[in-house]
Design a protein around this ligand. Structure first.
Ligand code: NAD
Length: 248
């Protein structure tokens, strides 16, 4: 299916590997020009080269609002405009309430909430003015079902999701959609590093019986950025092989 976005321009944050890179790849394969970022120059350049299609590599740390805002600004400059923003970042450290000091919260909130607000703030005026835009945030299934031992992630991503839902309704009349995509367990460098040899145990609770593949995730993300998805906004889409048990 032609997604109708060839020639569009996308900024995809935290995309030197994993779900961000797979999303950038799916967009590039649709003829979208992409700018990606990571913190390590060599890694992000290698990732952009693997994408082809004149993908732009930018070194940026989206863990601060300023770094996040600056990434979007430089993407727009490099691409000659912006139509699509995919927000993404790494995850904060694991821990429960007892093991997580109060001082750890602001950093996690900067990484997984304020970065989203900052990227949207930088992108939105232009998207609204041109009356076409797609904002897609990569969050986590933990927004629906908080994961034990990930109190920082659970807290920050719930806030981001509330922000995105509110924003979606405010800008829907301007041709800009705002959605999030909530990954369950996917095979990425991060998950392989976290679970290593214990991957069979990780998949045990996934009704699909397998982990998600980043490539499949990327294609769904690209669809949510497509012309055909213009009536989908304010949605938070779980992608987890059926692991989440609730109704909503
Ligand atoms: P990953 O580690 O494979 O890739 C993340 C990429 O982002 C890396 O290239 C890393 O260098 C880059 N990055 C990290 N922090 C950054 C920062 N501050 N600024 C710029 N770049 C940064 O991770 P992933 O598995 O693709 O996960 C992406 C996001 O999705 C994370 O927030 C993760 O917590 C979340 N998530 C992933 C899964 C999964 O199963 N993979 C499940 C739920 C949630």
């Amino acid at each position: 299916m032609d997604l109708g976005i060839a020639g569009r321009r996308a900024a995809v944050a935290a995309a030197s590997s994993g779900l961000g890179l797979a999303t950038a790849r799916a967009l590039a394969e649709e003829g979208v020009r992409v700018a990606i970022c990571g913190r390590d120059r060599a890694r992000v350049q290698k990732a952009a080269a693997s994408l082809g299609h004149d993908a732009v590599a930018l070194v940026a740390d989206v863990g601060t609002a300023e770094g996040a805002r600056h990434f979007v600004e430089r993407s727009r400059e490099s691409l000659g405009g912006l139509d699509i923003l995919v927000t993404n970042a790494g995850g904060p450290p694991a821990g429960n309430f007892a093991s997580t000091p109060l001082e750890s919260y602001p950093e996690a909130i900067d990484l997984n909430l304020m970065s989203v607000v900052a990227m949207c703030s930088e992108a939105l005026p232009g998207l609204r003015e041109q009356r076409w835009g797609r904002i897609l945030a990569i969050t986590s299934i933990s927004v629906r079902q908080p994961l034990p031992g990930l109190i920082l992630s659970n807290t920050a991503r719930a806030g981001a999701t509330g922000f995105l839902k509110t924003l979606a309704r405010e800008v829907a009349g301007d041709g800009v959609t705002v959605n999030s995509i909530q990954p369950g367990i996917h095979r990425t460098p991060r998950v392989e590093q976290l679970f290593g040899g214990n991957l069979p145990a990780v998949t045990r609770d996934i009704p699909a019986g397998v982990m998600g593949e980043a490539e499949d995730f990327g294609r769904l993300a690209a669809f949510l950025c497509s012309e055909h998805a213009r009536f989908v906004t304010g949605a938070a889409v779980p992608v987890d092989g059926g692991a989440y048990t609730g109704l909503q």
